[in-house]
Design a protein around this ligand. Structure first.
Ligand code: GLC
Length: 545
């Protein structure tokens, strides 16, 4: 079928959307409910496209919306080529895609290739029938001769990675919940079925995929036992050296094959979740420009609010990403506490979130915004009887990710403009913080995001300039983005005191400060920054040191 495609392209605009643009992550359950059941859906997202277009994002990434028993809220897929009725239908999806494309907004789907749901027909067939060709699509194994589990691997979500299956008469491997059996990417049948899934969506017009836990796609062919880290016996998953279940070298050949499928289509892309914090590992997933288009750098999701640490992480990833690749910047996601809360400080209100917004939208790399961060949504405390995330039971109530998945706060009314029913998770106080109010207030965080996005879109230096860290006093992270036509200088004062600094001179011809109403200095040789504030200044390419 000829799917919907956006009208603009790199050849008409000179901008490649996933490299020069900004991606906005939507957790579909929590964005907008159109049916009144308290759960967000695709039609809801479509009705809110005005907000995304106004904000100025280039693409949205939808966390999984495929049929699923929702044991892990959609990351347990029971049909890769359909939409869960909770979220709508394929027709709803096509409508959303066409409407988004009409506004120049791309859509990324969240593809979960490492495991299915235990309710997926592939797994159902495999467990019933030893002779089925699907048997080898999963990892069914006997106990060791001494009766112990097939190996010592553990699930990331707690407990052993093996579950006994009565029907199969064997154990099966699950790196996450027992409802999420691992898929075997060494089985040619599985590989071609999965490539078919990608083509199904690409033919429909989808612009690319966020790929779930890609660093676990292939395991050691013999599923060897993992070494225990000396002194960390009994420490569960963190006590093992993950040399055979993560980052297996064979994953790269699979990624190259995958890339060929993506490149059969125009201007499509993949961004992979390589859930490691060592960028030395992450960078390998770019290959020689023939594997992932982007690999998430999660270092900032775990970094404290500290100029040196954040500066080091940005500089490190920038230097490591191969020349054929392109970095990305991520501060928050559905798996981690929101950064507005991580960085919160009673003295500073939204100031630190404002500083973070400037970092996200001016550093070199594709920014990934997490829904709600544009209004500074914080973590919402979830009472124990309303917890939803399975990690609350398999690990610990504190491990629940619900606090960062609460409904979007649109309007200052009961239900927050999100739903007319009972929201599936408690809502934050939308009378204190919501999109509608912030749109009325030019001093709001929302307007800062919009202004930064507008500035970025018009600035070749911010979109594609090189990165160079600048000398700066303690507590300040400063850098330059240089493009043949333009120079951008960014200075972020993470400290708790005002500071004056010399950014090498030159008169700004444009830019922004994080403090509403503050002016850009006439010359960059003397820049005053109040505590928890920042500035981006554009100059001609030749100005400055
Ligand atoms: C990824 C997802 C996470 C999910 C896990 C298992 O890390 O981001 O939400 O629980 O994979 O699929």
């Amino acid at each position: 079928m000829a799917g919907s495609r956006p009208k603009d392209s790199e050849s008409t605009t000179g901008r490649l959307w996933w490299r020069d643009g900004v991606v906005y992550q939507i957790y579909p359950r929590s964005f907008q409910d159109s049916k009144g059941d308290g759960i967000g859906d695709l039609e809801g997202i479509r009705r809110r496209l005005d907000h995304l277009e106004w904000l100025g994002v280039d693409a949205i990434w939808l966390s999984p919306c495929f049929p699923s028993p929702m044991a892990d809220f959609g990351y347990d897929v029971s049909d890769y080529c359909d939409i869960d009725p909770m979220f709508g239908s394929l027709d709803d999806f096509d409508r959303l895609l066409a409407d988004a494309h009409g506004r120049g907004i791309r859509i990324l789907l969240d593809w979960v290739p490492c495991h299915t749901s235990d309710q997926h027909p592939w797994f159902q067939e495999a467990r019933k029938d030893k002779e089925s060709d699907k048997r080898d699509w999963f990892f069914f194994r006997d106990a060791k001769p001494d009766g112990s589990l097939p190996n010592n691997w553990l699930s990331i979500f707690g407990g052993p990675a093996w579950e006994w299956d009565e029907e199969a008469g064997q154990y099966y491997l699950h790196s996450f919940l027992k409802e999420q059996p691992d898929l075997n990417w060494r089985s040619p049948g599985l590989v071609s079925a999965m490539h078919g899934v990608l083509r199904f969506w690409l033919d429909r017009g989808v612009d690319g995929f966020r790929i779930d836990v890609i660093h676990r796609l292939l395991k050691h062919p013999e599923l060897r036992d993992l070494p225990v880290i000396p002194g960390r016996e009994g420490h569960g998953y963190g006590g093992l050296e993950h040399v055979h279940d993560e980052n297996h070298p064979d994953v790269h050949a699979s990624l190259r094959d995958l890339r060929k499928v993506i490149d059969e289509y125009d201007e499509r892309m993949t961004v992979g979740e390589v859930y490691v914090t060592d960028p030395n590992i992450t960078k390998d997933y770019y290959g020689k420009g023939d594997e992932l288009n982007l690999a998430f750098n999660f270092a900032l999701v775990h970094a404290p609010f500290d100029a040196a640490r954040i500066g080091d992480e940005i500089a490190r990833f920038d230097a490591l990403v191969p020349a054929e690749g392109w970095p990305d910047i991520v501060l928050s996601s559905h798996d981690a506490p929101r950064h507005a809360s991580r960085f919160d400080h009673p003295r500073f209100g939204d100031d630190r979130a404002r500083l973070a917004a400037m970092l996200l939208l001016t550093a070199r790399g594709t920014p990934f915004l997490y829904y709600g961060e544009e209004i500074g949504m914080r973590q919402i405390p979830i009472p124990e009887d309303r917890l939803q995330d399975p990690l609350a039971w398999t690990l610990h109530p504190n491990a629940s990710r619900d606090g960062s998945r609460t409904p979007m706060q649109w309007e200052p009314v009961a239900g927050g403009g999100f739903s007319e029913g009972d929201p599936w998770l408690p809502m934050g106080d939308s009378e204190r913080r919501c999109v509608a109010d912030q749109r009325e207030d030019p001093a709001s965080l929302l307007w800062l995001y919009k202004n930064l996005l507008t500035l970025r879109r018009a600035s070749p230096a911010l979109m594609s300039g090189s990165f160079r860290r600048l000398e700066a006093p303690e507590g300040v992270f400063a850098f330059e983005r240089l493009h043949p036509e333009q120079r951008a200088v960014v200075a972020l004062n993470f400290g708790e005191d005002p500071i004056t600094l010399d950014l090498g001179g030159g008169a700004p011809i444009g830019g922004l400060t994080t403090t509403y109403g503050a002016f850009l200095p006439p010359d960059l040789s003397s820049v005053e920054l109040t505590e928890a504030s920042g500035l981006v200044a554009l100059t001609g390419a030749s100005s400055g040191a």
